[in-house]
Design a protein around this ligand. Structure first.
Ligand SMILES: [Zn+2]
Length: 156
């Protein structure tokens, strides 16, 4: 037996039991099925609200799609960072000094990577020198990147 939520053309809703969906179709076609309230024979199945488990499944599917998108974005970012690292000069602890020199035109403009303390970073940013965090080392601190085009980080 199948239970259907039904409604008539006058908007009354009721429930009916049928042996099969074909049984329902046949009863409607023959006019045998009528509304218990107004006796209308124009009966249709109501749209059922999605069950909770269906909604949960949909949510899980969306979550999974988001996770995949996030993983892909992270992979792209990692790739971009690797690209920058292999094309940038590693100046190590001289990073703040070199970034400043490049910014003021005292050194050739090029991509550099290196380490900087938070105080250094704050000073550089105050001077309008844009740098981007590149990699975070648990012991050494944060490695920074300076480049003429920081959008390199997002693109590549
Ligand atoms: Zn009715």
């Amino acid at each position: 037996m199948i239970k259907y939520s039904l409604s008539c053309d006058n908007g009354h809703s009721f429930e009916g039991w049928f042996s099969t969906s074909a049984d329902f179709d046949q009863q409607v076609a023959s006019g045998f099925l009528t509304c218990p309230t107004c006796n209308s024979a124009a009966i249709s199945k109501s749209l059922m609200a999605p069950s909770v488990s269906t909604a949960r499944k949909k949510e899980a599917k969306q979550q999974m799609a988001m996770d995949i998108a996030r993983r892909e974005a992270m992979a792209k970012l990692r790739e971009a960072v690797n690209h920058i690292r292999s094309n940038a000069e590693d100046v190590g602890e001289r990073f703040p000094e070199e970034a400043r020199k490049i910014h003021y035109g005292e050194a050739d403009a090029r991509g550099i990577i290196g380490e900087a303390s938070l105080a250094d970073v704050r000073e550089l940013i105050d001077e309008g020198i844009e740098i981007a965090p590149c990699r975070i080392f648990p012991t050494k601190g944060i490695e920074f990147f300076w480049g003429r085009d920081l959008s390199d980080l997002g693109g590549a």
